[in-house]
Design a protein. Structure first.
Length: 155
């Protein structure tokens, strides 16, 4: 796995169903996160939030979800819920998708398509259908975060 693997970026793109994040967007989110944490007096390092394999921390992933659209179009399209998805697994069906941090080393995406749960993994050849029981077991074993459409704040 080289630096171009970028599983976190691929998981976000698979979760929303389009090529949305770029390597530059992910780097921007990481730099913004580190800048903000340094302003708050934290001495977190880049190595804690991004690996050469293309893995990113959940903090950087969450910031990328909101910062990318905001930078491009001035609106926040999506938000990532930090509430563990396994507490309310049925929420996936009404959401854009989800990202899952597998063993702290690899990100994959989940999407609900016509009531079917799909696992999308940038290292796998094709999406994998999961039964609801398989899906619940998967998200209870790994950190899973829901991605939803942002609420319209202009109203």
């Amino acid at each position: 796995q080289g630096a171009d693997a970028r599983c976190g970026m691929h998981a976000l793109n698979n979760a929303v169903g389009r090529a949305w994040q770029t390597p530059e967007d992910m780097d921007y989110a990481c730099e913004e996160y580190l800048r903000a944490s340094q302003q708050e007096g934290s001495a977190e390092t880049r190595e804690y939030h991004v690996a050469t394999s293309g893995w990113y921390s959940s903090e950087v992933i969450a910031l990328a979800v909101t910062s990318t659209s905001l930078r491009r179009s001035g609106i926040v399209e999506y938000v990532m819920s930090l509430e563990p998805l396994h507490l309310k697994p049925e929420r996936l069906h009404g959401a854009v998708g989800a990202v899952v941090n597998v063993d702290g080393r690899h990100w994959v995406a989940l999407r609900s398509v016509k009531g079917q749960v799909l696992r999308l993994d940038s290292q796998a050849g094709a999406p994998r259908h999961l039964t609801f029981a398989e899906y619940k077991a998967f998200i209870s074993k790994h950190e899973a975060f829901l991605i939803e459409h942002a609420k319209d704040m202009t109203a």
